[in-house]
Structure formats: structure tokens, C-alpha cells
Write a protein that binds this ligand. Structure first.
Ligand code: ADP
Ligand code: DP6
Ligand code: CO
Length: 361
């Protein structure tokens, strides 16, 4: 019966962690395909504290694609969502569930619509890379639903078209996004440098200075930087290529001093580019600056660097300690200098860097 066969619904759920760049991506050479002007390197974070969970559903009774983010419907008209959906639909596989009498041929996916619901377990659009977790999760869950048989690397190139930083969240551990040089963007994707067990002693503490939505999204911020900053070109062409090599070596050798020096320097240069943008973009605030001071003063008093800090496009600090002992001393200092009060929302989370994408249903 035609009416009966319209009743089925298929669903898939996935969870994807966010990632924090230690060598930053800032600036595109192609806005539509999301191709960057430099390579970047990140650490994928613990999904228990910072991740997106997305459920995708498909049914012949759905009349259009729809999406809810943290319980609120958002328009899917933006090119990024459409680009991801188009790429995945074109790679969909056949699906058959004999028991329920459901059969979808490859081409059949083009006529079906999706309902997508996603939740972030951390602040959205506040500079903690929600777009990274969000688009990695969207692509991974849809690929599962549509029976897309692509390697993670190819899925990462699709997630990249949702949000650049998302391509790195398909892998756990230490991940590099190679900018690539093909016009199609096929070679602009993530590769895993080392998995989550490689440097297990590292402890990551995220100090949530503000969970408010930032005024300038990463997308428009980096567009303005590319248009108006001259420092950004020097950074992309001269500084980053050499830092990428040094960072890969520091990670390979678990050399914390070198890792911390590069991480802090790169965060500071990224924010210097923001300041070099016209009009200037201020992602960090007074609390962020005070946290930098605290770490810098501490590092200067010791023989080797104790802690690394890095800030994405927002005021929230990501602090990386080489081991539990230093991490607990760091937490004590944070609580001493920033006791809970009305001026900032300094909730600290202790995170490991285990990870990766989990299928949750
Ligand atoms: P952030 O620093 O949090 O990554 P961005 O400005 O880069 O901030 O991106 C925020 C945008 O990412 C949101 O406005 C939304 O469009 C998208 N986004 C965030 N979380 C999700 C999610 N779970 N699923 C799909 N898209 C998401
Ligand atoms: C500062 O990936 O959020 O976090 O590609 O426009 O979606 P779009 O931007 P996005 O930019 C992230 C910028 C950054 C650095 C980084 O994650 O490498
Ligand atoms: Co983002």
C-alpha cells in the first residue's frame, strides 16, 4: 500500500569532539570551497566535555531538509550546509532493510529530505570551535545514514566545506589540515599526525571566560583580515610553513618546551593579525590578557616552560600542561587569581586528549 510505505523513518546518531588549533587556520583562498591560505595543526579534545551530538533522520514524508541546533530551528539555506549535503548525496550507497520493506537506490537519496537535530555540550559560537564539532558530526552522521563508503580523509574534505576547522575533528589525537593545491579542493583535508595515545600525559584545561556568542564570526573575521591585513600574508607564506615543521617535530618527540613556545607564539600572532585587520577585531578580553600574563610570568620563573596557552576566535583560554602535577598547580593558580565572581564565567574543565568520533546509536 502506498500510504503504508510512506511511514518509515531511518535515523543515525553520532558524536564528534571539537578541536583546538595550536597552529591556527586564519584566511581562505577560496570562500566557497573553504580552502585555506596555510596548513594548520590541532589537538582533538575530549568529547565528554566539548562535543556535538547529531541525529539525522530521513523519511519519504519529510517535505524539505530542516535543521535544529540546540533545540532551535535554523535555516539550511546557507551554502555550507547545502554543499555538504550535495557532496554526501552524490556519494550515497544503496540501502535495503528487507524486514521493513525499505529500499533506497543510490539515486533515490536525491529525492529524499533530512531532518537534522544537533546539540553542543559547550557554548556555541563563543570561540571554542563549535563549528568544528558541528560540521564533523553532521557529515559523519549523514555519511552513516546514507551508506557513504568513503575514507575518513575524504569525509574530512567534505566537512571542510561546512567549516574549515571541522575537517580536523574527524580524527582524534594530533591532526594536520594540509592546505592542498588542487583547484577542486580534493587534497585539502586532514591527516592524523599521531593518535590520542601518543602523548597521554598532556592535560588540557579550558577556562570559559565567556560563553556569550562572539560579535564577529570566524568566517567574517578572517574574510576581513584577508582583505585588509598585510601581516596575514607574511604569516601564511613565511611564518606558518616553518612553524608547521617545528610543531610536527615537537609533537613527534613529545618536546613540551618547543610545543609550548610554538603554541603560544602562534596564538599571539593570530590575534596580532586580528588587530592588524581594519577595523581591528578584538577576540580576547581583559580576563584573557590576565591569563596570558599569569602563564608568561610562571613560565619565566622556571627553567622549562610549564604551560602553553592558546585562544581561538573568542576570549576563552585553552591551557595545556605537560602532566597532572603541573595541571593541578595551574588550576590552583587560576582559582586563586580568578575566584568565582560576577566579572567572568571562569569555569574550568579538566580534559584529556583522548577522543574520537563515536557512533552513538
Ligand atoms: P565557533 O568559534 O564556535 O566555531 P563560528 O563562528 O566558527 O564559532 O561558528 C558558529 C556557527 O557554527 C554557528 O552559528 C552554526 O552555524 C555552526 N554550528 C555550531 N554548532 C553546530 C552544530 N552542532 N551543528 C551544525 N552547525 C553548527
Ligand atoms: C581561530 O573553521 O570556524 O579557530 O571555515 O569560516 O567556518 P570557517 O571558520 P572556522 O575558523 C576557525 C579559526 C580558528 C583557528 C583554527 O581553528 O584553526
Ligand atoms: Co568555528
Amino acid at each position: 500500500m502506498a500510504g503504508e510505505s510512506q511511514k518509515w523513518i531511518l535515523m543515525a546518531t553520532a558524536r564528534a569532539p571539537t578541536n583546538i588549533a595550536v597552529i591556527k587556520y586564519w584566511g581562505k583562498r577560496d570562500e566557497n570551497l573553504i580552502l585555506p591560505i596555510n596548513d594548520s595543526i590541532s589537538i582533538t579534545l575530549d568529547p565528554d566535555h566539548l562535543s556535538a551530538t547529531t541525529t539525522v533522520a530521513v523519511s519519504p514524508s519529510f517535505e524539505k531538509d530542516r535543521m535544529w541546533l540546540n533545540g532551535k530551528e535554523i535555516p539550511l539555506s546557507g551554502g555550507r550546509y547545502q554543499n555538504c549535503l550535495r557532496e554526501l548525496r552524490s556519494r550515497a550507497g544503496d540501502f535495503e532493510d528487507e524486514k521493513r520493506g525499505i529500499q533506497i537506490k543510490k539515486e533515490g537519496w536525491n529525492k529524499l529530505h533530512f531532518h537534522i537535530a544537533s546539540y553542543n555540550n559547550f557554548p556555541t559560537a563563543a570561540g571554542l570551535a563549535s563549528s568544528a564539532a558541528g560540521f564533523a558530526c553532521l557529515v559523519f552522521s549523514l555519511a552513516k545514514l546514507m551508506n557513504v563508503k568513503e575514507e575518513l580523509g575524504q569525509l574530512s574534505a567534505i566537512a571542510r566545506q561546512g567549516s574549515g576547522s571541522a575537517c580536523r575533528s574527524l580524527y582524534g589525537g594530533f591532526v594536520k589540515w594540509t592546505m592542498g593545491n588542487e583547484m577542486s579542493g580534493r587534497d585539502s583535508k586532514a591527516v592524523q599526525l599521531a593518535n590520542e595515545t601518543h602523548w597521554e600525559d598532556l592535560i588540557i584545561i579550558v577556562a570559559v571566560v565567556s560563553s556569550r556568542q562572539k560579535e564577529t564570526s570566524s568566517t567574517s573575521g578572517m574574510r576581513e583580515s584577508v582583505e585588509t591585513s598585510s601581516l596575514i600574508q607574511h604569516r601564511a607564506k613565511v611564518v606558518v610553513p616553518s612553524r608547521i615543521l617545528q610543531m610536527e617535530e615537537a609533537i613527534r618527540n613529545r618536546n613540551f618546551s618547543s610545543f609550548a613556545r610554538l603554541t603560544c607564539a602562534d596564538s599571539n600572532q593570530f590575534h596580532a593579525v586580528c588587530l592588524d585587520t581594519s577595523p581591528p577585531i578584538f577576540y580576547m578580553n581583559d580576563t584573557s590578557h590576565r591569563i596570558i600574563n599569569l602563564v608568561e610570568r610562571w613560565n619565566r620563573h622556571e627553567e622549562t616552560l610549564q604551560v602553553a596557552y592558546t585562544f581561538d576566535a573568542g576570549p576563552n583560554a585553552v591551557l595545556i600542561a605537560p602532566n597532572r602535577k603541573v595541571a593541578s598547580s595551574l588550576l590552583q593558580r587560576l582559582l586563586f587569581y580568578f575566584p568565582p565572581g560576577p566579572d567572568y564565567e571562569l569555569n574550568s574543565y579538566v580534559l584529556g586528549d583522548k577522543t574520537i568520533l563515536q557512533e552513538a546509536g
